[in-house]
Ligand binder design. Structure first.
Ligand code: DX5
Ligand code: ZN
Length: 217
């Protein structure tokens, strides 16, 4: 199924109700939740790690995707695999030669994702395109929710789309909302990570529905 997906980012949810916040994404129609893992080194913020994800795994049927904003993702990879992550995305800036880690992710039974920050030349993805299942084109500098969408991401996604096989999932992350989502889909994004626009909405179900309508137009 190649239709676009809205992936709520738990970074913006209420951590004191983590299970019900995940269930709420499902109630609103999500099939995937996005876990933003921050180590305090790769990004100037700290969130949660594999133990938290593992504790929630048996509590939800949703697809779990882990976005590892970590300087040394390899050190903790087994933990994320054991935690039951379905998709694991590492950053090219942290791992300049990701061959081994990408293979370990796939061997561990997950889909392998590779992320690039806005300042990283998009051409640097090229050597790895046939080793990944997902390319994450960041549309903000990672670290915090609620930032505004970098329009440069659109051209970068088009670049990836033109050079990759049709099954490769392009994901966009950062500042995705009602205003920016349509352009992202047109540029080739299939996974739209939505943090603050979803979790801080007055009416989350209505917001999810609106976003879904926009991606299907
Ligand atoms: C950025 C994270 C994102 C982000 C999304 O550091 O990777 O997933 O929290 O939040 P919004 O949608 O608010 O930009
Ligand atoms: Zn993310």
């Amino acid at each position: 199924n190649t239709s676009p997906r809205i992936c709520p980012s738990l970074l913006d949810c209420d951590f004191s109700f983590l299970k019900s916040e995940i269930d709420d994404a499902e109630r609103c129609g999500a099939e995937i939740v996005h876990w933003d893992v921050m180590d305090g080194f790769f990004v100037p913020n700290f969130s949660y790690g594999p133990m938290v994800i593992r504790s929630l795994r048996p509590q939800s049927q949703l697809v779990f995707e882990a976005h590892l904003m970590m300087k040394e993702p390899g050190k903790y990879l087994d933990g994320f695999l054991e935690a039951g992550c379905d998709v694991i995305t590492i950053h090219l800036e942290a791992v300049p030669d990701p061959t081994e880690l990408l293979r370990a992710i796939r061997d561990g039974g997950a889909l392998a994702g590779l992320a690039v920050n806005p300042p990283t030349p998009i051409e640097q993805l090229e050597p790895w395109l046939d080793q990944i299942d997902l390319a994450l084109v960041m549309s903000v500098m990672p670290g915090f929710g609620g930032q505004s969408f970098d329009q440069g991401a659109l051209e970068r996604m088009r670049w990836v789309r033109e050079r990759s096989r049709p099954e490769l999932i392009i994901e966009v992350d950062g500042g995705v909302n009602r205003t920016t989502i349509s352009d992202a889909v047109r540029a080739g994004a299939r996974h739209m990570v939505v943090g603050s626009a979803f979790y801080r909405a007055q009416d989350r179900a209505a917001e999810f529905q609106q976003l879904t309508q926009l991606v299907n137009e």
